[in-house]
Design a protein around this ligand. Structure first.
Ligand SMILES: [Zn+2]
Length: 269
């Protein structure tokens, strides 16, 4: 494919004129190396909006097929995590732990279970859910555990730096919004890591580093994916949480599909 951007060229008498770029574009380029014109990768195959619409169009007519999966996931992890956070103070007291420590220990143990579907062997987008798929994929638990631990340590570091937690010092209030941005930025950049761990058998630390490097051009689209899923699941959780039976399976499928789109651009090679 040739670039249809414009670039400046000097004529014999020293004048600058605009000419069509026509540089040969690489299959996986985001921008033309000569004139800097975007190639359409970010507004096409890697666009958050198009991936979302594409997955929703395929998912919507068959969404009831995913109810057993959604019910299973809610009962085995999401509901327990939700109750743990809701009753965090009471539970921490009964275990005689600091509430922050209690919440993070609980998340460290339980969140890896929510990641198990990313390791299903038969691509669960096309195959109907069986509990045996989940049991088989449990072998990835230790790697997800380490991955969640890396996240918790990063968030703890931010809490210490931005709120003075544990240090007992007063910090500048500007650090509170800074912390929020760093949390959002982190989630945006590293969400594909969980698939690198399962699908490419990478160790969690290497996967995080890979994601950090790979997201140079795609981070805004990744942010829009995270943002859309966040809003969708908030809406799903309203009305007694019934919408979650649709939004939870949809979230898994969209994350997996978007990872495949990133992978097709050889961002993780
Ligand atoms: Zn060009």
């Amino acid at each position: 494919m040739k670039c249809n951007g414009m670039r400046k060229e000097k004529t014999k008498n020293g004048r600058k004129i605009d000419v069509k770029c026509n540089n040969e574009l690489g299959k996986h380029d985001f921008f033309c190396k000569v004139c800097g014109q975007p190639t359409g990768a970010l507004s096409g195959p890697l666009s958050a909006k198009l991936n979302y619409q594409d997955v929703w169009k395929k998912f919507k007519p068959i969404k009831s097929q995913y109810y057993p999966f959604a019910i299973f996931m809610v009962l085995t992890s999401f509901l327990i995590i939700g109750l743990g956070i809701y009753f965090n103070k009471e539970l921490a007291e009964s275990f005689k732990l600091d509430p922050y420590l209690f919440t993070n220990l609980m998340l460290l143990i339980l969140v890896p279970f929510t990641l198990i579907p990313f390791g299903f062997e038969d691509n669960f987008i096309e195959n109907s859910f069986k509990i045996s798929m989940y049991v088989k994929a449990l072998k990835n638990y230790p790697k997800y555990f380490l991955f969640v631990l890396v996240n918790i340590l990063y968030f703890l570091l931010l809490k210490i730096l931005c709120t003075g937690y544990l240090l007992g010092i007063v910090v500048d209030p500007i650090l509170h919004p800074v912390r929020l941005i760093l949390v959002l930025y982190w989630i945006t950049i590293i969400f594909p890591a969980v698939l690198l761990i399962s699908r490419k058998d990478m160790n969690p630390i290497k996967a995080v580093v890979f994601c950090y490097k790979a997201s140079a051009e795609t981070r805004w689209q990744q942010f829009f994916i995270v943002f859309r899923l966040f809003i969708m699941n908030i809406i799903g959780a309203a009305f007694a949480g019934l919408g979650l039976f649709i939004t939870i399976p949809f979230s898994y499928i969209l994350i997996e599909k978007y990872f495949q789109s990133l992978d097709e651009f050889e961002l993780f090679d």
